[in-house]
Write a protein that binds this ligand. Structure first.
Ligand SMILES: Nc1ncnc2c1ncn2[C@@H]1O[C@H](COP(=O)(O)OP(=O)(O)O)[C@@H](O)[C@H]1O
Ligand SMILES: [Mg+2]
Length: 391
């Protein structure tokens, strides 16, 4: 067996307070607490005096309401009832100014539409928006949501309004989709595929088959796979209208990618203490490293630490003894419950140890589960406290 190591501690308080931290990206597999973590970190930063915006992708309904996001809102909206953290102090020791928290929920389709308007004339934009091919890729092309999240991030950075932007990421089955998005989208719009699609029109409508020749079967299959349909004619018209926008897309995708790699960005990988989530987290950590993306560390969310220092076997022994007396049923039930919690906690610790043995330099912060869902700002503050607890 490999020796077990202890992971360095992920210091999130220092991270959100650091004026050099401009962008925090929360990523991980679905259902692990990405949206909650993003919102809690953003609230924390705002209450410690930083002007913060959180870009959420799929907030749970009640959390969205707590953030004032009952309607899909593609522009940041100010969150009410932000208080200032009296323990945070400014450079000269005085209490910090109140920061503001703004929140928004990504509207993928509208972000795409806006982008079309920004990069073309109103006439052209109408044509593009009405095109069935556009309607398909803007709402269902795999990677579009990831790409639009990056586009929105780019827009938020460009305003220069924010001390800190916290980004939630889409619930992709594969966490990689998110990193792949700018690259994939730009190579999709810019690459061979699009040149092939636009070939018939350029050739004066002499037909796609002739131009592409023997490669056609393969090509049609690729298009079919990506679009789930045969919309070559629409696609071709779409590409004609879109032609002038390609440069803009490519540049923006590239600059967002560079932004993600810059030192002002911090990736926070969120995982639950479960084998699948940690496996995805490990994969993500590796991928971030290979892309040279700045990883802050791992949030191990919803852990179950034990309250009393009684080993599981000892608790079960005691419970057996109590049971023999035929009385104090409650006491033995509590002891057995404790034993189960110790087992779970041990399991979680073993999983983390395995992760840390494989990734010894990745800083970790465990976040104990709170009772019930997180549905209001106080709930987020509680998560924020756990995320930043010094231990
Ligand atoms: N530390 C925690 N303790 C208790 N419940 C949590 C915790 N973190 C997240 N949750 C709950 O888990 C659910 C999923 O969280 P969410 O942030 O929406 O996950 P994701 O964005 O990764 O899909 C939500 O109902 C949320 O309230
Ligand atoms: Mg989410």
């Amino acid at each position: 067996m490999s020796p077990s190591r202890t992971a360095p501690t992920l210091e999130l308080e220092a991270l959100v307070d650091d004026p050099k931290t401009k962008v925090i990206v929360c990523c991980g597999s679905g259902g692990v607490g990405k949206t909650t973590t993003a919102a809690a970190l953003a609230l924390r930063a705002a209450e410690r005096g930083r002007n913060t915006v959180v870009l959420t992708i799929d907030p749970a309904r009640r959390l969205a309401e707590a953030l004032g996001l009952s309607n899909l809102s593609n522009e940041p909206k100010r969150v009410e009832n932000i208080t200032s953290d009296v323990s945070a102090s400014g450079r000269n020791g005085s209490a910090v100014e109140n920061g503001e928290l703004h929140a928004m929920m990504l509207d993928m389709r509208r972000t795409f539409d806006e982008m079309v308007y920004t990069h073309s004339t109103p006439d052209r934009a109408e044509k593009i928006l009405a095109n069935p091919f556009y309607q398909t890729i803007s709402s269902s092309f795999s990677g579009t949501q990831e790409y639009m999240a990056m586009e929105k991030l780019g827009q938020l950075v460009a305003t220069g309004n924010w001390d800190l932007i916290v980004v939630d990421t889409p619930p992709s089955r594969s966490a990689l989709d998110f990193l792949d998005a700018p690259q994939r989208m730009s190579s999709f719009l810019d690459g061979r595929m699009i040149r092939l699609l636009s070939a018939p029109a350029r050739a004066g409508g002499r037909g796609l088959r002739r131009i592409v020749g023997a490669g056609f079967g393969l090509f049609a299959k690729a298009v079919g796979t990506i679009l789930g349909g045969q919309m070559l004619a629409d696609a071709s018209a779409f590409v004609q209208a879109f032609d002038t926008m390609f440069g803009g897309f490519r540049e923006r995708a590239a600059s967002t990618y560079e932004l993600l790699r810059s030192p002002g960005t911090a990736f926070v990988v969120v995982a639950a203490p479960e084998p699948d989530a940690l496996r995805e987290a490990a994969y993500f950590v590796d991928r971030l490293a290979s892309e040279k993306m700045p990883l802050a560390g791992l949030v191990l969310n919803r852990t179950h630490p034990v309250l009393a220092d009684i080993p599981a076997a000892r608790a079960r022994d005691l419970a057996d003894q109590v049971d023999k007396t035929g009385s104090a049923k409650l006491a033995s039930a509590v002891l057995r419950l404790h034993a189960d919690r110790v087992d779970r906690s041990d399991r979680e610790r073993r999983l983390l140890t395995r992760f840390t043995n494989a990734h010894p330099s990745v800083a970790v912060v465990p976040v104990p589960a709170v009772a019930g869902d997180i549905t209001d700002l106080d709930g987020l503050r509680e998560i924020g406290d756990r995320l930043t607890a010094s231990r």
